[in-house]
Design a protein around this ligand. Structure first.
Ligand SMILES: [Fe+2]
Ligand SMILES: [Fe+2]
Length: 221
């Protein structure tokens, strides 16, 4: 593993830019132009889904830890697991305060497939796993949370505050684990190709899930 290689740093920046470009106007989960009632229903759906996602994220990290042999990266994962478990509890508690059933969310087949697929990826190289979940997935989560917080501020300020202060800072740290993995491991053209392919694979799967969720959120609201 090499450190501070400017070529690798340039590659990681480029790949982050490619992911950002992919996501431009593709996070269709919330509609900023929707009337407040519909937007609030979309936000509540996101929160219920969040309970599920946070729990599955904790389970996913638990499944991956034994397969991440690079000590510098492995050492970061127990804290992530702890964070996701705490986010799960925080969102459940907030939904209860709002009078909502906190475990009402039922997984879409597409979304179950995404987490099940990620768990099944546990024996893939660390570079690919962390490029998928932490680098591509968690970075997109952060952008999604920024949007959620901005839209929730006028409708449910307390929930927006919860996301901003208790969840988002951790999610930025999780995305940084992905960046660190790439800086450590994407140090050959072949490794960089695999990291790029892993991000594309992940982005495509997340996007398919987002579309399916939005369709259902609007149907149930
Ligand atoms: Fe989380
Ligand atoms: Fe996370």
């Amino acid at each position: 593993m090499r450190r501070g290689d400017p070529d690798v740093e340039r590659f990681v920046k480029e790949l982050a830019g490619e992911n950002r470009a992919f996501w431009a106007s593709r996070d269709v989960r919330l509609d900023p132009d929707a009337p407040p009632e519909l937007l609030l229903a979309q936000i509540r759906y996101r929160m219920r889904q969040g309970v599920y996602n946070e729990l599955r994220s904790a389970e996913l990290i638990a499944a991956w830890i034994p397969y991440v042999r690079e000590r510098e990266l492995r050492d970061l994962l127990p804290r992530q697991l702890d964070d996701e478990q705490r986010h799960y509890q925080l969102l459940r508690k907030r939904l209860l305060e709002l009078g909502e059933a906190p475990d009402a969310y039922e997984a879409l087949p597409e979304w179950v497939d995404l987490f099940d697929w990620l768990v099944a990826c546990r024996s893939r190289p660390t570079l690919e796993k962390l490029a998928m979940f932490q680098f591509a997935g968690e970075t997109q989560s952060c952008e999604g949370f920024e949007t959620l917080i901005r839209l929730a501020e006028g409708l449910d300020a307390e929930t927006a505050h919860l996301y901003r202060t208790r969840i988002l800072p951790d999610e930025y740290r999780h995305a940084a684990i992905g960046r660190q993995a790439l800086l450590l491991l994407a140090d050959t053209p072949e490794a960089q190709r695999r990291a790029r392919d892993a991000c594309r694979e992940m982005n495509a799967r997340i996007f398919a899930a987002y579309r399916a969720h939005r369709t259902r959120a609007d149907r149930v609201s």
